[in-house]
Design a protein around this ligand. Structure first.
Ligand code: PLP
Length: 377
């Protein structure tokens, strides 16, 4: 242990004081920040394609709204997020009391787990699914039931079979990060039909805006009235380009939302984030531009992967996972070229793959150039 000396001084082993769940936690591994690589390698103009951020940067309209409201920073935000909830309710044709706002959708995912799950319960999710599911499950010392993936995606049959007496919560990332895979309307509906009514099913739709182009991709909001145990989670971090401000939300039965709002910190979404998200909802031009840019970038990258005979997993998101052999080694070599992508060995158990976020045309070109160099193609 690095801080052994401090432990001796306090006469107390804090690790032993922590809950069992926390003792077993592995901290979330975020994408490497640009500044860190520039500092460590003494290089400039680093390109980051590691965190599925919107390569367009902030929408000009949002930028203006944020600047105009900076003077309000001395005030607490509206703890109920009235304006944003009203805009979301209108957009999605739901009631405001069905919405729970979060400091990013990660916050909402954790609220759901904390509101419903204890160490006596189990949580079901898939192999290769989003890292936050095992993390929040472990943090509350609950039991994780991880079902094997099928063609890298969620196997809903296996997930159904895995549900036990003590299962309280199921996480489904649709589409999933880091695989980019998705479950279709018919399969998901059939799944919801067989899940017991007292098991919460979270459909995490962080990439909804990209995936919805696909006709068989289900918009789970349509099913909320049929399945009160369904919770749809969305975010402003991806297509809306607000990753740094942290705004996400869930839409659920009002009884569920009411419970989540009890667990929630009173001011979990700050006032600048509220303004930015509310404004972002009005900027369709930016959204459409982002989606179009992503479509072109996805084509640009996968075309080159085909040429290079690299296998990749078909993705409906703003990233693609490509098989490169020794993922960790190729990741390191790309760093030397000033390109940050995401290695997904570790918790995701995909050591042969790298996850690459779709960038601007120029960023993608730089990445391709570096990849060709690193792989001698
Ligand atoms: C990026 C992502 C999120 C969103 O995280 P935020 O906390 O909203 O930034 C949620 N779920 C998945 C699967 C993601 O990839």
């Amino acid at each position: 242990m690095k801080s052994e000396k401090l432990t001796v001084n306090t006469g107390c082993d804090f690790f032993q004081l922590a809950t069992l769940g926390v003792q077993g936690l592995q901290p979330y591994q975020p994408g490497k920040p640009i500044e860190e690589l520039e500092r460590e390698y003494g290089i400039k103009n680093v390109i980051k394609l590691a965190s599925n951020e919107n390569p367009l940067g902030i929408s000009p309209r949002v930028f203006e709204a944020v600047q105009a409201n900076l003077k309000d920073i001395a005030r607490y935000p509206d703890g109920n997020g009235f304006a944003l909830k009203k805009a979301l309710a209108q957009k999605h044709s739901v009631e405001m009391d069905m919405i729970t706002l979060g400091n990013g959708s990660n916050d909402v995912l954790e609220l759901i787990a904390r509101a419903f799950v204890t160490p006596e319960h189990s949580v079901v999710f898939s192999e290769h699914a989003f890292a936050v599911y095992p993390l929040v499950t472990q943090a509350i010392s609950a039991k994780a039931i991880v079902t094997p993936a099928k063609n890298w995606g969620h196997d809903l049959t296996a997930m159904q079979a895995a549900i036990c007496e003590d299962t309280r919560l199921i996480f489904i990332a649709n589409p999933n990060n880091p695989t980019g895979t998705w479950v279709d309307r018919t399969s998901l509906k059939a799944f919801l039909n067989v899940v017991p009514k007292d098991v919460i099913v979270v459909i995490d739709e962080a990439y909804y805006e990209y995936a919805i182009e696909n006709p068989d991709y289900p918009d789970s909001l349509e099913w909320l009235s049929d399945y009160p145990n369904l919770v749809t989670v969305r975010t402003f971090s991806k297509a809306y380009g607000l990753a740094g401000l942290r705004v996400g939300y869930s839409i659920s039965h009002p009884d569920v939302a009411n419970l989540l709002n009890r667990v929630r910190q009173p001011f979990n979404v700050n006032n600048i984030a509220l303004i930015a998200a509310t404004t972002a909802l009005t900027d369709n031009e930016y959204l459409e531009k982002s989606i179009a840019l992503n479509r072109e970038g996805m084509q640009q990258l996968t075309q080159v992967f085909d040429e290079m005979k690299l296998q990749y997993i078909d993705s409906v998101c703003n990233f693609v996972s490509v098989e490169v052999g020794d993922g960790a080694a190729v990741y390191e070599s790309l760093l030397c070229e000033g390109i940050i992508v995401r290695p997904i060995g570790g918790g995701y158990k995909m050591p042969q793959h790298l996850r690459v976020s779709i960038g601007t045309k120029a960023e993608n070109e730089q990445f391709i150039k570096a990849l060709r160099k690193v792989l001698n193609h």
